[in-house]
Design a protein around this ligand. Structure first.
Ligand SMILES: [Zn+2]
Length: 179
């Protein structure tokens, strides 16, 4: 890593602000649908290695493959300040990119849904995002919810898209067998 350079990328159209005990990433210039707003960097750890890190690092980590997690160097790294929402304005591309799923106005906070990236129980949490569709408990099994699979198509991390495709294939075979 380059000394003095943040491991993550954050669009100059967004700014990190303190919010309660944590952080939020506020839009300061209009963002178009499809724009990349952030990219995660850091260290790639397996689950057993992740278990050796602090609770703070685990809370900031993003799962990028079946047994790989991207973990930042410090607690409040850029990108890790992009929070979860059950009604997100961003999605995940290529495992580590955060992209706008719709036009995002100045003053909104950037958020993606952890269901798009998490497929294990390393960071289950109680959600109070305030969305009408809030699931209240966010877990590593949320990618299995059919309504989320439909809503977030194209915005799941590749390893989760592969899991979902396998489920769909099994379902199609069962239907064909039943006919
Ligand atoms: Zn929620």
């Amino acid at each position: 890593m380059l000394v003095g350079v943040d491991a993550n990328f954050l669009s100059p159209k967004a700014s990190v602000r303190a919010a309660g005990e944590g952080w939020r990433t506020v839009v300061i210039a209009p963002i178009d649908a499809g724009e990349t707003v952030a990219a995660f960097g850091g260290s790639c750890l397996t689950r057993s290695e992740l278990n050796e890190t602090t609770a703070g690092q685990q809370a900031q980590a993003i799962q990028i493959d079946e047994d790989l997690f991207m973990v930042g160097e410090t607690a409040a790294v850029t990108g890790a300040t992009i929070n979860h929402s059950c009604a997100p304005n961003c999605g995940i591309r290529a495992g580590v990119l955060v992209v706008a799923v719709r036009d995002i106005a100045v003053g909104e906070s950037l958020a993606y849904d952890h269901a798009m990236s998490s497929g294990s129980d390393f960071n289950d949490f109680e959600c109070g995002c305030g969305a009408a569709s809030c699931r209240h408990k966010v877990t590593g099994n949320d990618w299995m919810l059919v309504e989320l699979q439909l809503a977030y198509r194209g915005y799941f991390s590749a390893y989760l898209a592969k899991r979902i495709a396998a489920l769909v294939t099994v379902g199609a075979e069962r239907r064909a067998f039943a006919l």
